[in-house]
Design a protein around this ligand. Sequence first.
Ligand code: FAD
Ligand code: PYC
Length: 413
Amino acid sequence: MPYRLIKFAFSKQHPEAAFFRQPAQIRDSYDAVIIGGGGHGLAAAYYLARDHGITNVAVLERGYLGGGNTGRNTTIIRSNYLTPEGVAFYDASVKIWENLSQELDLNLFYSNRGHFTLAHTESAMRTMRWRAEVNKQMGVKSEVLGPDDIQQACPQIDLSCAGHAPILGALYHAPGSVARHDGVAWGYGRAASQMGVEIFQNTEVTGLDIRGGRIHGVQTNRGNIKTGKVLSAVAGFTPRITQMAGIRTPIVIHPLQACVTEPMKPWLNTILVSGSLHVYVSQSSRGELVMGAALDPYELHSTRSTLDFVEGLSSHILDMFPFLSGIKVVRQWAGMADMTPDFAPIMGRTPVAGFYLDAGWGTWGFKATPISGKTMAETMARDQEPELIDAFRLSRFREFELTGEKGAAAVGH
Ligand code: FAD
Ligand code: PYC
């Protein structure tokens, strides 16, 4: 071990700046309180400060930053959605992602790989053509490719999938990328903190002070805070917070599991998703294969992992890549996905004045982190949603105006 490191460890002075300020005391009041220190909550805090000059903000996180779905996801970033509203929204996010490392001055390992959604049936091919056309109309690079192109991009794949489900083609989306998930939370947190935002970990919101149809503050395990603006950005915990607010949403929570293998030499340059086999895979910068599958099929507020999941996933991955049979899965985990009936998020104002909701991110919200932070900050600052998120308003459910993204939101739905 280098002498300098030993000296540093035993020194009483550790000059490295903390990643972000952690004030010992929570103040009695703030201009805005954000519940949830995941990517979305921290990004909203950052854009509130950067774009709207609102810096008297507290972010309250019941655990540690990025410890929710932000630090549990498989980091796929893309904008090849099905509805024009979805494509425009996620494309705006991709554009921010492209320069986010520079903006936050932190290497987020943003890595452009290209994204293949494999089609094994004629009806899946039809959806791919549909998505490609919508994407092209919106200026987003997506096209339908045939089996030869897939084989060329990924020579290791068995296109017959062990004869179970031969691959007929794919939707190829050149902007498809991956990034380092926890870095995103830390990057936004640090940048927000540098502008004056206060971040409190181990601080849980336990109640909301709502009187006369308006928010007046929050109760926490560390005392009460007065504020006229509250954002709930708590993903899998959303039903608990909306219950405190007396608001009904159609969100239900399902576990979503994922796993990684031991590291291998780089061989997979692209992101591959198979809707029919219900699996997806990419290779991380550390060489691990990052893999996931469809949602667990029942509602559950839990982050437990199951053997069923790795068994099912492994058998389908081996259909595509039989040569992986000797490779070990070294870690698995789960998050709580806040699912909406139309697979689109819920963003904006609510029936409680000053209480804003950023939820319904299910299996698809990591890629939206930058644009959701930006648009929710604007909504809070102006008390009015930007047009970009109009299709995601809560009232769409009672208006029967759903934003149907089921065919594009993730795998195997
Ligand atoms: P979170 O990161 O969950 O943050 C919410 C925070 O709120 C948590 O830290 C929680 O502790 C805190 N909190 C909750 N209640 C309270 C309270 N009462 N008081 C204070 N704090 C509270 N999306 C993609 O785009 N691409 C993918 O490849 C992808 N893969 C996924 C794979 C898995 C296995 C999972 C689980 C999800 C995946 N997602 C993916 C979805 C994505 O992870 C989420 O939609 C996104 O991370 C949500 O971010 P968030 O900041 O809203 O929520
Ligand atoms: O949103 O692309 C996605 C995704 C893939 C797996 C989970 N979410």
